[in-house]
Ligand binder design. Sequence first.
Ligand code: ZN
Length: 465
Amino acid sequence: MSLSPVSKSPVLQNPVSPRPVEPAPAGAAPAQPTSKRGEAMYDLVRELYPICRSITGNGVRQTLQLIARALGPELPLEVSEVPTGTEVLDWTVPKEWNIKGGWIQRLNGERVIDFERCNLHVLNYSTPIRQRISRAELEPHLYSLPEQPDWVPYRTSYYAERWGFCLSQRQRESLTDPEYDICIDSSLEPGHLTYAECVIPGQTAQEIVLTAHVCHPSLCNDNLSGLSVATFLLKELHAVAQAQQPRYTLRVLFIPGTIGSISWLARNRERADSIKHGMSLVCLGDASPYCYKRTLHGQREIDRVLSHVLASSGQPHEVIDYFPYGYDERQFNSPGFALPFGSIMRGQHGKFPEYHTSADNLSFISGQRLEQSLELCLAAVHMLNDNRTFRNLRPYGEPQLGKRGVYKALGGAHIADTQLALFWVLALSDEQHDLLSIAERAKLPFNTVRDAALLLERQELLRAV
Ligand code: ZN
């Protein structure tokens, strides 16, 4: 089905209502969006933040509806619902999880831990429970972070049925009564796994696929930042595509981590063969330097493009080798599919202290940094589309450019660079070197080399292969 922003989808009749979460830790810098676009990107995160998401359930559906609204009617979001029990590759779609509330309460009725205040308080995918329990019996069901005594950890138990509460170490230490009343008002029942995709058609059926995971509750960097960057990337590229259709089809997947990409791959085995380049978008709003994680192969075109875009960006960054944990790139790189999937992030998986805690909140990210990440991803997609390989049609000696009016066509502030680029492109257009490798060999900006190639193509001196 297609989710248009004005549709009233029946799956959203019982959404999880937005609720406030606990305040940001002291000392966190307030977010300072610097442009209208950065502000809009941040606003989308702010809107999505209160929703309790998981790998299945109404929180995912409500999130997708808000993304559909942000995309607008010209970019329909296609939503898929995969029934519980469906075999997907070596996995099975689990029961659907939904939650209305959860608390730990003193016998006098005072709620000391409440899901209404912070949706991380209930172990994600917790089974329901309601009973009076001794403090000693409660103890093995509590999760806290002794080294960060004010932060609430984010914990899940998707594939083992159990119940639990996550709380700050200080809250845990304050639970000194002999008995408590506890309640987790959740349901774990046959239902569906929900994911969505949005496509901008290109000149060819070959695809660039980007993923962002939609399964985390109130956590901003991981991965509401990725959802916001992916949404605004689609909006920007849709506008560009109105003027000129891009070479590649762009597909963006908004999917629950791991089981979502496994479900998509299981249902799109043939389409997977069309994926030429891919990347997961994660943790793109914090202040860490950028990090690009290479594909498993390590030397694919997307690896070269991201290395080049980051090096040209002037932003502090590193490029690291593939490792077999992290995000959805793991499924696409698996040897049966062997797709060239990298991952772009700022803070790295599991390596920043706020990772998977209540401190990954609205103060931890900024609109300005979201927008920087958007610019970086846009540059990467444009370069993938523009990075063609040519054949020199006059390869015997240098073609005489003057008589063709090529020099007169040169303009702009960097005529000398462009002229040099013309000769490099002619010299290396042997069907073996793409424009990016020519730019690197010539130590010239990619766009200068691309423009030189376009000029030579118009003069019928080059033909794309
Ligand atoms: Zn995570």
